[in-house]
Design a protein around this ligand. Sequence first.
Ligand SMILES: *Cc1c(COP(=O)(O)O)cnc(C)c1O
Length: 357
Amino acid sequence: MRSAKAEICLTALQHNVARIREIAPKSKIMAVVKANAYGHGLLAVASALKSVDAFAVARVEEALTLRSGGIVKPILLLEGFFSTDELPILVANNIHTSIHIEQQLAELEEAELETPINVWLKMDTGMHRLGIRPDQCKQAISRLKHNPNVVQPARLMTHFSCADEIDNPATQKQIDLFDDLVAGEIGEQSIANSAGVVAWPASHREWIRPGITLYGVSPMCNSKAEEHGLQPVMTLTTDLIAVHDLKQGESIGYGGIWTASKDTHIGVVAIGYGDGYPRMAPEGTPVLVNGRIVPVVGRVSMDMLSVDLGIDCRDEVGDKVILWGKGLPAEVVADHIGTIAYELVTKLTQRVSLKYL
Ligand SMILES: *Cc1c(COP(=O)(O)O)cnc(C)c1O
């Protein structure tokens, strides 16, 4: 069958967890598996992550999928509950909630629950997306202490905005502010996302929250996964479905936006934006064919894209093509396209089958 497959290497996943433990040996790992484990398959990934200490997701549906799939470790809802009808579901399924706005604090005070809930207070130290403002954190902590619906003590967390930039002073400022806010508190702490794990050891607290590093992608804007000892988990592959001559002066694909400057061979690759390969990928985006990098030429269409194989190529219909993963880091492809690897791996469509190795 000639169609795109995402090969998911569970050995690489386990290697990356071991590597993360090496980097942050004193911290417990909360594996971030939101958005279908960044496109890698929620249950398969969570089931393979035997040695992590907890999981984090963004939606209650994701947490329930984990529970019905037999995952028993703690699960944190990173954005907390969205409405009070979710609270009994959290109680019944032992799902932890974050609390990031006053409204959630109040709702949790008013609720009548069978048993208390595990709470992570999310404090805004500079991201300014979610989180309690610094001047209200003391009061929020105190309200949680007096709330019988909360398992004591509540845990304390914050999230970085710029930790992928090694020289950005914002990150140390966030760490310092967090330390001020939690001074004297006994609740467990969590700051680090993947970039924090890799580049900001001062952010390794009782808990780290790695996402993208689990999947073997560098979280830093100026380094590749390999430099951090990480291995790509997803390799997106498909096949060549045509190889043909293109004469000098002939153009290719919709709009004819690319014209051959000399005679060459074009390979037609069975993947397109219908599979989640970005239509915006410009000329020159790298693709791996039989072990060598060749450029995308012309527009990516729904089911296909074209690459310039060169005049001397020996590639044949049926040969394997790698779009990213082993031998071609997703972060390199993402750079060409003007996005991040997170988006590439998360946006694959239903048409791409996940194949576990
Ligand atoms: C998504 C997310 C993470 C994981 O981020 P990575 O950069 O993938 O490691 C950690 N913490 C929070 C709050 C998140 O939303």
